[in-house]
Design a protein around this ligand. Structure first.
Ligand code: FAD
Length: 390
């Protein structure tokens, strides 16, 4: 493994830094771990996505003939690192950009690619993900929403839940059962559903963070044209698995955690507990874990550079960072002593309560994109080769 950057990669890093300096206003930057302002800042996130798209940064890895930059995995990692270091906000259409666009670029029809790809990247069309249902989360193949073929189109009915951003989404990429008589994994289709139609009702769910980031979706005879079916009528499971590959492979990067650990050390100093041996131990532990994460990141990067796609070991990455972030946020709240009990936004809260918000949010990280228990099952069976649990 060669850990040094080439002259071309260093030049690319400078290009990203210069672009950020010119295009990312100071007041948009997240301090430390981010998260807290996420719900309040939809306009910023939309405009930020537009700027990134115009700059050609959202399709970095795509070949030049498809409007991308043909960037290597190392360049993509440099880009992600510089974004994290600069405290760049998230983009509003992140599920469409990070999950659906790569999926459509491989499996989408020519019509779907032409109609959707550019609008997804530009933020003109925001997509949410409609996979989970009240009785189908980890056991996704148990989903019950139905899609029936009627008069030359599809009619969808059922209930989805935990759908992030559904309250501002224009479309959903959604799984529904097309063949109830087929085995669970085989009779599922993936549909691109227009959220602004009479058969779709969205109800935000308020989370313990206090914001309603995700939603229930009720489908009553929602209509979908044939051309909005991704793959074939029973290809939905394969499509879903492909999106999970993009999701687990690309959720976090080491720079984000290193930044958070520095902010944690600052917090300990500012609160006057930097010399406390127990606090020092926990902050040092957070630093060690972020370093372990970076080394593991480099291993994934080496695989990507060699043209290998993320395998089941992506579960190690997801498990590690989500559990690590929970510990880090908990340390930050503990450092504040009694102030740690103040709700985000309280006038007396330390740093506007953003660490408390981060702590609440971190509880979700070990659930979405496959819970920690599910990741451990995958690691046990598919990385370590242990027999299947019952
Ligand atoms: C913040 C957030 C955003 C989300 N956004 C979306 C979204 O945009 N779109 C979407 O479709 N979904 C979304 N989800 C849903 C997410 O994918 C599910 O919450 C997740 O798959 C777990 O499913 P569940 O909540 O039904 O829990 P369950 O599957 O019911 O699990 C309950 C508990 O049992 C454990 N468990 C389940 N099965 C096993 C097993 N076989 N072995 C061991 N333990 C097991 C789980 O680990 C968990 O602790 C989001 C969730 C969160 C928290």
């Amino acid at each position: 493994m060669d850990l040094s950057y080439t002259a071309e990669e260093e030049a690319f890093r400078r290009e990203v830094q210069e672009w950020l300096a010119a295009n990312l206003p100071e007041e948009w930057r997240y301090r430390g771990v981010g998260g807290y302002r996420e719900e309040r800042d939809q306009d910023i996130q939309r405009e930020w996505q537009r700027r990134l798209h115009r700059g050609g940064w959202l399709q970095l890895g795509w070949p030049r003939e498809r409007g991308g930059r043909g960037a290597t995995p190392v360049m993509q990692a440099i880009y992600a690192e510089e974004m994290a270091k600069a405290g760049a906000p998230p983009i509003l259409g992140r599920l469409g950009v990070t999950l659906l666009a790569p999926l459509l670029s491989v499996y989408g029809s020519e019509w779907q690619q032409r109609t959707y790809l550019d609008r997804i990247l530009s933020g003109d069309l925001i997509f949410c993900q409609g996979f989970s249902e009240p009785n189908a989360g980890s056991d996704l193949a148990g989903l019950q929403s139905r899609a029936e073929r009627r008069d030359g189109h599809w009619v969808l009915s059922g209930q989805k839940t935990w759908s992030s951003g559904a309250h501002y989404a224009d479309r959903s990429f959604l799984l529904a059962r097309t063949d109830p008589s087929a085995p669970p994994h085989r009779g599922i289709g993936m549909f691109l559903v227009d959220m602004h139609q009479p058969g779709v009702e969205v109800r935000p769910i308020v989370q313990m963070t206090g914001s309603g980031e995700f939603c229930e979706i009720f489908l009553s005879e929602a209509r979908v044209e044939d051309r909005d079916l991704v793959g074939g009528p029973t290809d939905g499971w394969r499509m879903a698995m492909a999106t999970f590959g993009f999701e687990r492979g690309g959720l976090a990067n080491a720079a984000r955690f290193e930044r958070a650990v520095s902010a944690l050390a600052d917090l300990a100093r500012d609160r006057g507990v930097g010399a406390d041996p127990l606090v020092r131990q926990r902050v040092a532990q957070a630093r060690i874990e972020s370093h372990v994460f970076r080394v593991n990141d480099l291993r994934s990067l080496t695989r990507a550079q060699q043209g290998q796609v993320p395998g089941p070991e992506a579960s190690l990455t997801k498990l590690f960072w989500s559990e690590m972030d929970k510990r880090l946020q908990e340390t930050a709240v503990a450092i504040q002593g009694m102030y740690g009990a103040l709700a985000p936004g309280s006038p007396w809260a330390v740093e506007e309560g953003r660490w408390q918000y981060g702590w609440y949010w971190a509880q979700a990280e070990t659930i979405y994109a496959g819970s920690s228990e599910i990741q451990r099952n995958i690691i046990a069976e598919r990385v370590l080769g242990l027999p299947r649990g019952r």
